[in-house]
Write a protein that binds this ligand. Structure first.
Ligand code: KIV
Ligand code: ZN
Length: 467
């Protein structure tokens, strides 16, 4: 019989912890709505006690998402749990996810408590969490490096205290598939009635392999992220996990509720928001994942795609033609393409997006899916906008930039020299805006091919704590 796996998405929590992937509340809400359309079962929306921004994001997502369950992370501490409970107040199906480390190394060096104290703290935490909602998940942080006897004892105790889902993270990405599967198999046997969940990190590139081994051993929930983003080397990649379960269903005997044709647009939406794109050879969503370069492969593909394709591009939402819209495209074409990408917008916003698509097509030759998603992301009118800039750089001159900005209708211009063109441009922008911006990160990539390629540049700056 095919088992139904709960897909627990932690893009907005563990994923957001990866460098360069932080998001504002509005961006998180839009991402959460897309995850809901994608069909994930649980959206971990944040770690409310960590910052007011995280609290607000969990609160806003709890209000906006009505289909998927919304989870909030908290340590097994009264204050954390209470704050998580408050942030989840508006959620239709709230889940409190509380955690405490169980490995000897974490207990001794990080928490400085005994195993007995940790057990008591975990049980008290779960009991308190249950006063806020029916669904409580407990994570034994660093489970894969914990003593099995102790792990079983603490998980049994929190299960009896009211945590239905028991998560056993491979926090440091250390486990190998056979040993991780062995731990899961024993827990399924030893704690009947509990849902065993897995959460794998990719430090050895084994996160997806460990998650799949765990599913075969009886895990019924997998925690994962879009594009595999997350702490250090990242988490289990949602798209890889879901497609492995789908393509190798006869062997793995498990299924998810994910609408796989929305994988590509969801991945692109995340990359557009963060400016961090997956490497080209990334499975499923990398830009080369379905590109056949070698002549012998192309010949085989033309004869029969089955020669080299184990899944169709369409099954993961990759459009056959990447070129989609132009300056003659009307509102209906834009609306229909957005629908195929899984984005539903009200009528007036479609008109706004259509106008911007035409403007974009006037400047560039083509409008690709990723351009369209970028236009949708940036449709809200900003308070300040760049009117024009000019940078002069070379090997024998001082890099000099002139920047003109419009702030709430008023235009201001300034020039500056710098150590390089970017330094000069940001200094000129500081002078024009009248305050200093700090550069957090910059990404640049070509979005079309050839010497005249269009480039997309993402610059993330901060002023007074506001990004
Ligand atoms: O990696 C980990 O252990 C975690 C837990 C907090 C679930 O992210
Ligand atoms: Zn993690």
């Amino acid at each position: 019989m095919t088992a139904r796996i709960t897909v627990y998405d932690t893009t907005l929590r563990d994923g957001e912890q990866s460098p360069g992937c932080s998001m504002h509340t509005g961006e998180k809400v839009r991402m959460a709505l897309q995850l809901e359309r994608l069909g994930v079962d649980v959206i971990e929306a944040g770690f409310p006690v960590a910052s007011p921004g995280d609290f607000e994001a969990v609160r806003a997502i709890s209000e906006a998402v009505r289909g998927a369950k919304i989870a909030a992370l908290c340590r097994a501490k009264a204050k954390d749990i209470e704050v998580a409970g408050q942030a989840l107040e508006g959620a239709v199906q709230p889940v409190i996810h509380t955690f405490l480390a169980t490995s000897g190394i974490h207990l001794k060096w990080k928490l400085r408590i005994t195993p007995e104290e940790a057990l008591k703290q975990a049980v008290e935490g779960v009991k308190l969490a249950r006063t806020f909602c029916d669904e409580v998940e407990f994570s034994a942080e660093d489970a894969s490096r914990s003593d099995y006897g102790y792990l079983k004892e603490i998980l049994q105790a929190v299960f009896e205290a009211g945590a239905r889902t028991l998560n056993v993270p491979d926090t440091v990405g250390y486990a190998l598939p056979p040993e991780y599967a062995d731990m899961v198999r024993k827990l399924v046997r030893d704690i009947p009635g509990a849902v065993i969940s897995v959460h794998c990190h990719n430090d050895l590139g084994l996160a997806v392999a460990n998650s799949l081994a765990a599913v075969q051993a009886g895990a019924r929930q997998v925690e994962c992220t879009i594009n595999g983003i997350g702490e250090r080397a990242g988490n289990t990649s949602l798209e890889e996990l879901v497609m492995a379960l789908k393509v190798r269903r006869e062997v793995l005997q498990a299924d998810t509720g994910v609408r796989t044709e929305l994988l590509m647009p969801t991945s692109a939406q995340l990359s557009t928001v963060t400016g961090v794109w997956p490497q080209p050879n990334k499975a499923i969503v990398g830009r080369n994942a379905f590109a056949h370069e070698a002549g012998i492969h192309q010949h085989g593909m033309l004869a029969n795609p089955l020669c080299y394709e184990i899944m169709t591009p369409a099954s993961v939402g990759l459009s056959q033609s990447m070129l989609i819209l132009g300056k003659h495209s009307g509102k209906h074409a834009v609306e229909s393409r957005l629908k195929q990408l899984g984005v539903a917008l009200p009528g007036d916003e479609i008109e706004d997006v259509t106008r911007k698509v035409k403007e974009f097509a006037d400047r560039s030759k083509f409008v690709y899916d990723e351009d369209l998603l970028a236009i949708v992301e940036h449709t809200a009118e900003p308070r300040a906008k760049l009117v024009r800039y000019q940078v002069i750089a070379g090997n024998q001159i001082l890099p000099t930039a002139t920047v003109e900005v419009e702030v709430e209708g008023h235009r201001r211009t300034a020039s500056a020299v710098g150590n390089g063109p970017l330094d000069a441009a940001l200094k000129a922008a500081d002078a024009a805006l009248g305050f200093e911006l700090q550069l957090l990160e910059m990404h640049q990539r070509a979005v079309t091919a050839g010497k005249d390629a269009l480039a997309e540049v993402t610059v993330r700056v901060v002023h007074d704590g506001i990004e």
